[in-house]
Design a protein around this ligand. Sequence first.
Ligand code: PAF
Length: 283
Amino acid sequence: MDLIESPSAMTSWARDQARAGKIIALVPTMGAFHEGHLCLMRHAAGLADRVVVSLFVNPLQFGPREDLARYPRNLPRDLELAAGAKVDLVFAPAVDAMYPQGSLTRVQVAELTDTLCGARRPGHFDGVTTVVAKLFNIVGPQVAVFGRKDLQQLAVIRRLTLDLNWAVEIIGHPIVREADGLAMSSRNIYLTPAGRCSALALHRVINFARQRAATGEADAAALTAEVRARLLMDPAVRVDYVSIVHQHRLVATPILTRDSVLALAVFIGTTRLIDNGLLLTEE
Ligand code: PAF
C-alpha cells in the first residue's frame, strides 16, 4: 500500500491510474479507524480497481469550541489497518499542504445544511463540502463511499455532486454497529464505561420507533415525543435533537413515509453522538 502526502503527487498517481483505465474509489476519512471505516474500505474494493483512502482531520469543519485539538490521531496504526482492508493508497496531506495559503473559498450547499447538525454546528457543513470538493478535484474518483451514520453529510454530498455535475457515484454504506448496537464512531473512545452504557439508548430508541411504526404509529410528532421521553429517562443523556425527516431532502415528514428516518443527536457528558434509522424500510 502506498502513502502520498502531497496533493500534486496524489493527482499524478490518480491520472496514471485513469490512463491505465482503472476505476478509483475514494473513501474520505479523518482517520482514527475503527471497523466502520474498514467496512467502507472493503466495500469500496468491490466497486473499483483502486481504493484511495484520504486521511485528513479537516480544521475547516470544526467549530471554535469543538474537539479539533483532541481529535484522535494515530497514523502508523491507521496505515496498518488500511493495508489490511484492501486499500491501495492512503492520501494523508498535512494542513499546510491542503490549505497552503489558508482558505478563502467555501463550497456551500444551501437549505440541506440549515437543519439537524447544521443548525447546531454553524459552518460545519461548509467545511465538509469544501474539503470533499478539494478531494474530488485532487483524486478524481469515479466512486466515493460515505457512511450512512452521517445522514445529513451524505445527503449534502449527494446534492453537492449533483449540483456541480461531478461524475462521481456516491455510495452510502449502512451503519456499522458494535455487537450491542452502538454505532461505531471515532468519538466513542471519549465515553466513560458508564457513558458508553448510556449511549446504547440511541440504538434502543431507534428499534423502539421502528417497532411503533411497524405497528401503525404514523404520526411523526407523537413518535418524536415518545422517543425524546425515553431518551430523557437516563439523566446522563442530554438531547440535542430528535427529528423525523425525509432521508434525502431532510425536511420533516409529519406522516411517516418509506423515506422517513429518525435522526438523533445527544450529548453524553461532553461527547456528542449521532445515530439514525429508517422507520418503515429495511436498512
Ligand atoms: O465523515 C468524515 O469523516 C468527514 O466529515 C469527511 C467526509 C472525511 C470530510 O472531512
